[in-house]
Design a protein around this ligand. Structure first.
Ligand code: YSA
Length: 331
């Protein structure tokens, strides 16, 4: 700095800039520009040390005066904008519209099924997606080397050789978890994701949902199982939906069956596979220390993705797991 008059010039500039400034936001930025620690005033004050000795005192006084004047200017501007009444609200302007999200079609089916089964007296429980060998296989009557383990192609988690942890291949392990340490009777459903090392196509995904059900009490028959499944599916798909049971095999049920359904409104009434079911095998009850001489039960595992495909006319299961909001926007 060479000329103490530069302080006066700075105040004049600030006055002019303030007069041109409309918004409180701009004004506050201008205050920082002039009065901030690295602002224009601080710059000039730092330059005082370079002024000729004879004028240095005068420059100091001018600097202090400029600081006081700038503070006064910016304070006054701030007070004036605070005192001004707020802009009037134009109530005729259209409101802000927000985009609404959509539930995934599989979530819709799962929620509807949960409601239906709650109405039939079942409670909804949750289970872990990473399961151990005992719950996913062994307690379900599938010891190591049992050929039925090949019915589901399993991924294993690396580094878990001692406990053989795996992304569960079905929700049936939650049956064991629900019974272990509990007292009969029991009536639960458990929805969730399962994982299989499978080739994918329009009706097979390597990651998909299941909805497991389990009921154990002292007098339970296959007729109860048929009644529960038929009324749940009619509630979901309409009173004209038909259910059929085909003999099948699962190591944890005896007898076992495959459930098919048909509805005149879905693919022209074609029979479609819905899931597996059966009467709980006595060995499964023994594995959780329940007495098969006193207890009977039924269990089932349904495929909600396939049900959602049928209900909403979706051709390819893979679209449920693809990140495309155009699918979701339709529901
Ligand atoms: C059987 C008896 C019980 O007492 C309890 C449950 C079960 C079901 C058994 N745990 C199971 O997983 N059987 S399953 O392999 O046939 O799958 C059941 C349903 O899941 C199928 O009917 C189908 O609807 C669906 N599913 C199977 N693989 C699938 C699939 N959905 C999509 N993609 C896949 N890859």
């Amino acid at each position: 700095m060479h000329d103490p008059n530069e302080f006066e010039q700075l105040v004049a500039d600030a006055e002019k800039a303030l007069a041109d400034t409309k918004t409180p936001d701009r004004r506050s930025r201008l205050a920082t520009e002039y009065l901030g620690r690295n602002g224009k005033l601080a710059d000039l004050i730092r330059g005082i040390k370079d002024v000729d000795e004879a004028d240095r005192r005068k420059a100091g006084i001018a600097g202090n005066a400029a600081k006081a004047r700038l503070e006064q200017l910016f304070d006054a501007a701030k007070n004036e904008s605070a005192a001004r009444p707020a802009e009037p609200v134009d109530v005729t302007l259209p409101g802000t519209s927000y985009r609404l999200g959509h539930y995934h079609p599989v979530t819709l089916v799962l929620r509807e099924l949960e409601d239906i089964f709650r109405g039939l007296g079942f409670s909804v429980v949750d289970g872990p997606e990473v399961e151990d060998d005992w719950h996913n296989f062994e307690a379900l009557n599938m010891p190591v080397d049992h050929p039925a383990r090949d019915m589901q192609d399993t991924f294993y988690l690396a580094g878990s050789e001692d406990r053989r942890l795996l992304p569960r291949t079905h929700t049936s392990g939650v049956q064991i978890r629900a019974m272990e340490g509990a007292e009969p009777p029991i009536r639960i459903i458990t929805p969730g994701l399962v994982y299989r090392n499978e080739a994918e196509d329009a009706t097979h995904s390597a990651v998909f949902h299941q909805l497991e059900g389990l009921l154990v009490d002292d007098r339970v028959t296959f007729a109860d199982l048929k009644g529960v499944i038929a009324s749940a599916m009619r509630a979901l798909l309409g009173a004209d939906a038909k259910i059929r049971f085909r003999p099948s095999y699962f190591p944890y049920t005896e007898p076992s069956a495959e459930i098919d359904m048909s509805s005149p409104r879905i693919r022209g009434g074609e029979w479609l596979e819905l899931g597996g079911c059966g009467m709980v095998h006595p060995q499964v009850l023994r594995n959780v220390k329940w007495d098969p001489a006193k207890l009977r039960g039924f269990a089932f595992g349904l495929g909600p993705d396939r049900i959602a495909m049928l209900k909403y006319g979706i051709e390819d299961i893979r679209s449920f797991f693809a990140p495309d909001v155009r699918l979701l926007e339709q529901f």
